[in-house]
Write a protein that binds this ligand. Structure first.
Ligand code: PMP
Length: 398
């Protein structure tokens, strides 16, 4: 009898399981569209030039590595505020945003969830149906009961907006609502600016607590365009949470660069909130690491590097859009009768392809084309070399 006799084997992460199966697949044509990662046209994970330039600067002026402040690098936090709210925006100028450097977007969500759980122990959390897998797990682990609001509508290949709005309007005050700020994962369907206005009105009327997850800023329409939704929440006079991830936008997945920002009513309130966020951090991992945060802060705060980043991010965004267009055209050329045009109305890295589980399993087993059982495919992993093969495979299973 050991201490761990009763410990159950936890279920495997579905995406990691897919990656392992992919790695073991001997098919020379295999393509992994199960990942949530941007690859370039050569199928490689990019190392951005702006990142290399920042790292060169850092290497030329090497520094000793003391502990960072609990909330991270000051220049990083202020750059995040600028990116999320606008450097000259009223919330930033008045000092009513509390921002902490977090371990990726996941870390930002977790620090926010832990703080919220202390603040509102009885609140429920609503996530979209479907949502990024980890939303449910993360908020559950933080102690919340997690439920969903309707989001994807398979029949109309879009958002069940009426269902979403009705659910929000029927939600008890104080409920935490997790919203994808842009590039919804996994569906690829975002709501329109007018629909955001209605969501905001419901959030305000019902006194809900908005938690915006911004993991793909810059992958939708552009950095400012994707961030515009934040301005809408500010204009409505709401207080809210925003998690930021730079994993994709800087291609710095393994550096764990992200943030949490909390918009408060006043600077004095933001100071108190920040002091509590710091306790969450201090008792969890004490303080964040230096390298990735310094890279991002250097790029965002150096005008030439920032311009280079915006260009490189713009190139990634454009390449994904081109892949969407090519996918629609090539599926048609491969003999698919169904109109696949919806793929170009989706946005960000993913596409809910509409393929069934059986079709996804066939794609995997017969063609080595890997996507999730839900039909999600990562468009950012397609390239000019693998797209014809993928289209031919899809045409065969459809
Ligand atoms: N939120 C969403 C919607 C995501 O898709 C991801 C990453 N896949 C994250 C948060 C987490 O980002 P990070 O890897 O920076 O922790």
């Amino acid at each position: 009898m050991s201490l761990f006799t009763a410990v159950e084997m936890a279920p495997r992460d579905p995406i990691l399981g897919l990656n392992e199966q992919f790695a073991a697949d001997p098919n020379p044509h295999k393509v992994n569209l199960g990942v949530g990662v941007y690859y370039d046209d050569n199928g490689k994970l990019p190392l951005l030039e702006c990142v290399q330039a920042a790292e060169k600067q850092m290497m030329e002026a090497p520094k000793a590595r003391g502990y960072l402040p609990i909330d991270g690098i000051a220049a990083y936090d202020s750059a995040v505020k600028g990116l999320v709210f606008g450097a000259d925006s009223e919330p930033v100028k008045s000092g009513r945003v509390a921002t902490i450097q977090a371990l990726g977007g996941t870390g930002g969500l977790k620090v926010g969830a832990d703080f919220l759980r202390k603040l509102k122990p009885a609140a429920k959390v609503l996530i979209s149906d479907p949502s990024w897998e980890n939303h449910r797990a993360l908020f559950t682990q933080a102690g919340f009961t997690v439920e969903t609001y309707p989001y994807y509508d398979a029949a109309s290949r879009g958002v069940n907006f009426d269902g979403m709005l009705a659910a929000l309007q029927a939600t008890p005050a104080g409920t935490v609502v997790v919203l994808h700020a842009c590039c919804h994962n996994p569906t690829g369907y975002d709501i329109t600016p007018e629909q955001w206005d209605q969501v905001i009105a419901a959030v305000k009327a019902r006194e809900l607590v908005p938690f915006l997850d911004m993991a793909y800023q810059g992958f939708g329409q552009g950095i400012a365009e994707d961030g515009a939704v934040i301005g809408k929440f500010v204009a409505a006079g709401l207080t809210f949470f925003v998690s930021t991830s730079f994993s994709k936008s800087f291609s710095l997945y393994g550096e764990r660069v992200g943030a949490l920002s909390v918009l408060c009513d006043s600077k004095e309130e933001a100071d108190r909130v920040l002091s509590q966020l710091k306790i969450m951090i201090r008792t969890n991992y004490s303080n964040p690491p230096i390298h990735g945060g310094t890279v991002v802060a250097t790029v965002l705060n150096t005008p030439e590097l920032r311009a280079l980043w915006e260009k490189e991010l713009g190139d990634m965004r454009l390449r994904i859009k081109q892949m969407r267009i090519a996918l629609v055209e090539k599926l048609k050329a491969a003999g698919v009768k169904e109109d696949m045009g919806f793929i170009t109305t989706q946005i960000g890295m993913f596409s809910y392809s509409g393929l069934t589980k059986d079709q996804m399993v066939r794609l995997r087993n017969e063609f080595g084309v890997y996507g999730t059982d839900t039909g999600r495919m990562c468009v950012a992993a397609l390239n000019s070399k693998n797209i014809d093969y993928v289209c031919a495979a899809i045409a065969k299973v459809l």
